[in-house]
Write a protein that binds this ligand. Structure first.
Ligand SMILES: [Zn+2]
Length: 79
């Protein structure tokens, strides 16, 4: 599967924010971004917003980062 360009961009924002890959649940050091953004539903609206899920490869803990914030980080610091 081709890498999702959105994921590449969001991962870039994650790195620029200095997010640590250490899992807050089990302490394992290897967490990886999911292959696709997730859409979080907003209650009662039929709409939602997108987020980057970071998944611990040891215990499966999922951390979520708002795609809008990561996208801005990626854009604002583009060389
Ligand atoms: Zn973990």
């Amino acid at each position: 599967m081709e890498p999702d360009p959105d994921i590449q961009r969001l991962t870039q924002g994650l790195n620029r924010a200095g997010v640590k890959t250490k899992c807050p649940a089990c302490g394992a050091k290897e967490s990886v971004p999911a292959e696709r953004p997730v859409l979080l539903p907003a209650a009662g609206t039929g709409e939602g917003f997108s987020a980057l899920a970071v998944v611990c490869k040891n215990c499966g803990h999922i951390g979520l980062h708002a795609a809008g914030v990561l996208g801005r980080l990626s854009d604002s610091q583009e060389a």
